[in-house]
Design a protein around this ligand. Structure first.
Ligand code: ZN
Length: 117
């Protein structure tokens, strides 16, 4: 999974398009873009998406992410999970967001969110 600069999680091929971009490796390097917002990734130079943001930057990204990918009732729980995972230190941005996302939706078998019946 990839998280775009716009904050959306790219989960399947329908959400991306193939393109070429100028990188330090080649003036036309094969890459992908995000269909919804038109953002084109540059994996060679790794300018984006940023791998390790500061806590503050990550919060902004997490806010955008929650807005686009989660229903509002999950947002506070998601932000808490992001904060906690980020505090552990070693995770990349997308790992923090994806883990928090899976956690609030109860997709992590090792750490499910208990649902009240
Ligand atoms: Zn995007």
């Amino acid at each position: 999974m990839i998280i775009c600069e716009c904050g959306e999680l790219l989960r399947n091929k329908e959400e991306i398009f193939r393109d070429y971009t100028k990188t330090t490796a080649s003036p036309s390097t094969r890459t992908i873009g995000h269909r919804n917002c038109g953002f084109i990734f540059n994996f060679v130079d790794e300018k984006n998406p940023k791998k390790y943001s500061s806590k503050k930057e990550l919060k902004i990204l997490a806010g955008k992410f929650a807005e686009k990918n989660l229903s509002p009732e999950y947002a506070p729980l998601f932000m808490l999970a992001v904060d906690r995972l980020k505090s552990k230190g070693k995770l990349r941005d997308y790992e923090v967001l994806v883990r928090a996302y899976r956690e609030v939706l109860g997709l992590n078998s090792e750490n499910p969110v208990r649902k009240k019946a």
